[in-house]
Design a protein around this ligand. Structure first.
Ligand code: SF4
Length: 688
């Protein structure tokens, strides 16, 4: 396999999937005469095992998509009209730099970067961009939109985003897949679970939705959204009352057992069954399985933490393995995220020292709707005057999108969007700058689902006039007069900087990936990366913040049954062929999905006169969106599943599911509560 893109012969170039997915696959791109003709999984990378998901196997189609942005565009019509005209790079960058300089002269905090995981790469993500915004003194962005509640909960309990090595799930005898549709969003883990199943493991899915994954598990616990902590506490109750505990592990390696014990004993299965809306016996059976099967492994995912009590729920679940001593074995324990295992040198990449002592304010990306509409005030600081969006599509993905749109429509807001396509957010920009895809640039990747570092080499030259994110920020820095040496670093230097000597870079160049040297059972003898070195059932840091130091069930903000007007709980998991809002414009994938869908149980559909295939209105006090109903056993009674995340302009009536989600925040981590949302659903007359 070759690794360069400079000769006209057929080549295979190693890379990494950049998308927000725990699998972080190793790619092999076949290039003929400078054109990428095929993107496949690298068979030499054990986690990828030669297979990609349907979405990324279409990556060449996405790269050469006829709607790919090929030149810088400047707005030529009214804001939001979607009318743009091509301009040269110099003209665009000169004007952007001049406008940013004028705003910065008043207060650089009026400039807001807005980015997330459009690429997970350390270089095209927050490297040169972060340097630029730190040097500028712009507002800082709290990047909360996906995983911050669960991430913070792991930090407070285990000491970091750490856990089992994914490969060992194949040897587990009991696997709880908790809050994850692994077939759709963690495919390579699912292959390991299948292997375990073939070897006799029991596999249980815990999810309000009857997903494709739930279909293939031995048991499905279809609890109400936002009740996972109640279930976890009831499991603990049973572990205690039946003495399925590892007393030695608890004594040696945990902190706060007495307080947790007292809390768990308040949660008999009958109480939890009432809260979760599931049979008592299901809790009793699950507790027995968890208390008596070794090795027992939990694959937790982020869906269940998108509710008010999401952090507490993750904390409660993360306590379970220590109670039964599951960590003693390599195939026991829990995995939510492995990202804390990677020794990334973020200070060197992102250079927060360029703030030079300035204390820039921090805005939460999950409340962008409200924040764009806020006036200047002593508490808030300056009104947001400019937003630079890269690796994100906030108009489609941020909650309460009616307000997000209203904010981006402000005539006095200067918006620049770095993108591959003219997304909903790009429609509202003043400038759209064409960015390279993963096939066109260098990058280096951690993973949150396995423990390998991957290097991404450019396989083809940039398409059209596309430029890398790093190059765009370098060019802006030059125009802004930032002459610090770090703005001259090229992308390969940034790749080397990401890990310094902690990872063998030559191995990455030669092989494309390198495995971190970690123990197979990282907490078999305790050694958690908490301050106490123990699994912290009680968190002194949370208690000091005024929170309950011991995990508990916090009811949703919008509890089912609390509103006569909006009686249905709604969750909005991703449609199988989309990845957040990426891939929605890839025709072959959108054709598979058809159109935005709301899954609704027959018990809820029939009284509303709703039949499958009918257009419906989904609404609450925040707004409404329209989609097609699917009367389906994938929805449990009382809960509807609004599959996302469609681009607004590609769905009916120009809205999507986030029109009804709220900007309230989780108990810890300041995360959004997408799945803490009550709605009503009404049938629309034919043709409406
Ligand atoms: S989206 Fe996930 S499964 Fe698909 S190729 Fe990327 S890392 Fe692999």
């Amino acid at each position: 396999m070759t690794n360069t893109a400079t000769t006209p012969a057929t080549q295979q170039v190693r890379g990494a999937c950049p998308h927000d997915c725990p699998d972080t696959c190793a790619l092999v791109t076949t290039v003929e005469s400078g054109v990428a003709i095929r993107v496949a999984g690298n068979p030499d990378h054990r986690h990828t095992d030669g297979a990609l998901c349907t979405k990324v196997s279409r990556y060449a189609e996405r790269t050469y998509h006829p709607e790919r942005l090929l030149t810088p565009l400047k707005r030529s019509g009214p804001k939001g009209s979607g009318q743009f005209e091509p301009v040269g790079w110099d003209e665009a960058l000169d004007d952007i730099a001049t406008r940013l300089q004028a705003i910065a002269a008043r207060d650089p905090q009026a400039i807001l970067p807005y980015s997330y995981a459009g690429t997970m790469g350390q270089v095209q993500g927050e490297a040169m961009a972060a340097r630029f915004f730190h040097r500028l003194g712009a507002s800082l962005l709290d990047r909360t939109i996906c995983a911050s509640a669960g991430g913070e909960a792991l930090v407070q309990t285990l000491g970091g985003k750490v856990g089992m090595k994914v490969e060992h799930f194949a040897q587990a005898k009991l696997i709880l897949i908790w809050g994850s549709n692994s077939i759709g969003s963690n495919l390579h883990f699912w292959r390991l679970a299948q292997q375990a199943k073939r070897d006799g493991a029991r596999v249980v899915c815990i999810d309000p939705r009857r997903t494709e994954t739930a279909d293939k598990c031995h048991d499905h616990v279809a609890l109400r959204p936002g009740t996972d902590a109640a279930l976890a506490l009831a499991l603990m109750h049973q572990l205690i009352t039946h003495d399925w505990l590892d007393h030695d592990y608890i004594a040696q390696h945990t902190l706060g057992w007495d307080a947790l014990r007292e809390r768990a004993l308040q949660w008999p299965p009958e109480r939890a069954a009432e809260v979760c809306g599931i049979p008592v016996q299901q809790i009793v059976d699950l507790a027995q399985a968890y208390g008596t099967t070794r090795p027992a492994a939990i694959r937790l995912n982020y869906g269940m933490q998108r509710v008010r009590g999401g952090g507490n729920a993750v904390r409660a679940i993360a306590c379970l393995p220590a109670l039964v001593g599951a960590w003693r074995e390599a195939a026991g324990g829990l995995l939510l995220s492995a990202s804390g295992h990677f020794p990334v040198n973020r200070a060197a990449l992102q250079r927060p020292d360029l703030l030079a002592g300035r204390r820039a304010r921090t805005l939460n990306m999950s409340t962008i709707g409200d924040d764009l509409l806020r006036d200047a005030s002593p508490e808030f600081g300056p009104q947001v005057a400019a937003v630079i969006v890269y690796n994100s599509n906030p108009v489609a993905v941020a909650p309460e999108s009616g307000k997000v749109v209203q904010g981006f429509e402000r005539e006095d807001l200067f918006t620049v969007v770095l993108e591959h396509f003219q997304t909903d957010t790009a429609d509202l920009a003043d400038y759209i700058l064409p960015a390279t895809t993963q096939l066109e640039h260098w990058d280096i990747h951690t993973s949150y689902g396995h423990t390998d570092v991957l290097l991404n080499r450019p396989a083809i030259a940039p398409v059209g006039q596309a430029r890398t994110n790093t190059d765009i920020f370098r060019a802006l820095a030059r125009r802004m007069g930032f002459d610090d040496a770090c703005f001259a670093d090229d992308d390969l230097t940034l790749c080397r900087t990401a890990f310094g000597d902690a990872v063998n870079f030559q191995q990455l160049l030669d092989q494309g990936f390198a495995t971190l040297d970690l123990p197979d059972a990282p907490f078999a003898h305790g050694g958690f990366p908490t301050a106490s070195g123990r699994c912290e059932f009680f968190s002194a840091r949370l208690a000091a913040q005024g929170q309950d130091g011991v995990p508990d069930h916090l009811p949703n903000f919008e509890t089912p049954g609390s509103s006569a007007a909006f009686p249905l709980a709604m969750i909005s998991p991703p449609a199988r062929n989309f990845l957040n809002s990426s891939f929605v414009n890839v025709t072959s994938l959108r054709d598979i999905e058809g159109e935005p869908l709301l899954e609704i149980h027959a018990d809820d559909a029939t009284p509303r006169g709703i039949v499958s295939g009918q257009m419906v209105r989904v609404f609450n006090q925040r707004g409404e969106y329209r989609c097609k109903a699917s009367v389906s056993r994938r929805a449990r009674p009382g809960v509807v599943n609004g599959l996302g995340i469609w681009w607004r302009k590609l769905g009916p009536a120009g809205t999507n599911v986030n029109q009804v989600t709220s900007q309230r925040l989780t108990d810890m981590g300041g995360g959004p509560v997408f799945y803490d949302c009550l709605v009503e659903v009404a049938a629309l007359p034919e043709g409406a």
